[in-house]
Design a protein around this ligand. Structure first.
Ligand code: PLP
Length: 442
């Protein structure tokens, strides 16, 4: 018999169902973007009728998950160290591989040092809860990743969010808190921080890092940038000052734009294909985190094989630094295919560029390998996701609270596994299911 707290949980889930917001797990028989032997190193799963061919909700941007070199790196490490690290870094779980990866990530991001953490989520959450306190003031972009938000909210600091990329609103806030005439630091607060994603995970657009650097210098605020979706794709390796516009190399958007924040956070689970998070910072900040950051101190370190695979991914990107640019070209191609097929671009004003209302799915302007098709309505996003699934295209409906209310969308992650033919087939399916679903709700 269900007890009353179970009934309470059921009630909450029912509310989510009614609002079209209930989540579930959908298993796929393969990893990576494309289920084909040539894309998965020979392990493509045989295609059954109606089986999934393409996974557009996969962050293996550089198509490295099945790369034989990474598998070789991981298996040699596994042969040497076994399947796990056996403890936290501070106890018995520190191998030379962990240290080597930190050194290489520091060079890549242009910082004196890096601290490796269990995941990107644990890096953001742990960093912010360790660093920020009651005497600090934080400004953050409303569309930042949940891990940044959670860290800020649980740190006890004072905070204010600004509307997405509205740097006028940010400056207004900074002006109230900080006084530039005395070097920028407010008398009331020990530190002021600005926290933002560089590439926003759900819209795929880019923060204006140059403007953020200007504001941080002017108002004495420390800039913390989450580079999770830019690592491996943007930035020329280790050269601060950047190459500008669309270069590859893998150090992130800060490197590409020549921006030097206080701290950069990244993940190894997207372009670098395996798992783990990291924090690039000064030696002092690293030492402080190593002594205070609970998600580092009280959690087992990454398995050596996972670390070795990330080292392998760094080798691959270093040897082919234009992979990121190639990826962006393919994503632009996909965006162009959808436009050619009739999807319009949402200019953000509530209407399309031609003035029609946003009752039809629309694209956002092209910015990165993340290409969202805005559906706005939860139920319709779920229907489109289901219809695409039936057509062999796996793409999850993204809904509130991951995105704002009425911001439901299909978020297409483009990877180097997709060639022009795949992208054309996927774009064709998208347009077909949109036409098929017109007027349909569930
Ligand atoms: C912007 C951003 N930051 C952090 C994370 C968390 O990274 P991880 O998956 O390594 O925990 C993600 C991934 O979902 C992300 O999109």
């Amino acid at each position: 018999m269900a007890n009353s707290s179970d009934i309470n949980l059921r009630g909450r889930i029912d509310v989510m169902t009614q609002k079209g917001l209930r989540r579930n797990i959908h298993e796929l028989p393969f990893t990576g973007g494309v289920n084909a032997p040539e894309a998965t190193g020979g392990v493509g799963v045989p295609e059954a009728e109606g089986a999934t061919k393409y996974n557009l909700s996969c962050n293996d941007y550089l198509n490295l998950i099945h790369h034989p070199y990474l598998q070789e790196c991981a298996s040699s490490a596994m042969a040497m160290y076994g399947v796990g690290s056996g403890g936290s870094r501070l106890m018995g779980g520190a191998t030379p591989l962990h240290g080597e990866l930190e050194e290489r990530l520091a060079v890549l991001t242009g910082f004196p040092s890096t601290l490796l953490v269990g995941s990107g989520y644990l890096a953001n959450y742990g960093l912010l809860t360790a660093l920020l306190g009651k005497s600090d003031y934080v400004f953050f972009d409303k569309l930042n990743h949940a891990s940044l938000l959670d860290g800020i909210l649980h740190s006890g600091c004072k905070w204010k969010s600004f509307p997405h990329k509205n740097y006028h609103a940010l400056e207004e806030g900074l002006r109230r808190i900080a006084d530039p005439s005395v070097g920028g630091i407010a008398t009331r607060y020990a530190n002021i921080y600005i926290v933002t994603d560089s590439i926003f995970s759900m819209d795929g657009d880019r923060a204006d890092l140059v403007e953020l650097q200007r504001l941080s210098t002017m108002y004495g605020a420390k800039l913390i940038i989450d580079e999770s979706h830019a690592m491996g794709i943007m930035g020329i390796m280790g050269i601060m000052g950047g190459a500008g516009g669309g270069g590859g190399g893998g150090g992130g958007l800060c490197v590409e734009m020549g921006v030097r924040p206080y701290i950069v956070v990244g993940t190894l689970s997207k372009a670098y294909a395996s798992y783990g998070g990291f924090i690039s910072c000064s030696h002092l900040v690293r030492e402080y985190l190593l002594n205070t950051m609970r998600t580092f101190i009280f959690s087992t370190s990454l398995p050596p094989a996972v670390v070795a695979s990330s080292l392998g991914a760094l080798d691959i990107v270093a040897a082919a630094p234009t992979m990121g640019s190639e990826l962006l070209l393919r994503a632009r191609m996909f965006h162009g295919m959808l436009m050619d097929a009739g999807l319009r671009v949402d200019d953000g004003s509530g209407t399309a560029a031609d003035g029609s209302a946003r009752s039809v799915p629309m694209l956002l302007p092209f910015s990165s390998q993340i290409v969202p098709v805005m559906v706005y309505d939860n139920d319709r996003a779920v229907v489109l996701s289901r219809l695409l699934g039936e057509a062999g295209v796996h793409v999850r409906a993204i809904r509130y609270p991951t995105v704002p209310l009425h911001g439901a969308r299909l978020r297409f992650s483009i990877t180097l596994g997709f060639d022009e033919g795949h992208l054309a087939e996927i774009a064709h399916s998208v347009v077909q299911v949109i036409a098929k679903s017109s007027g349909t709700t569930r």
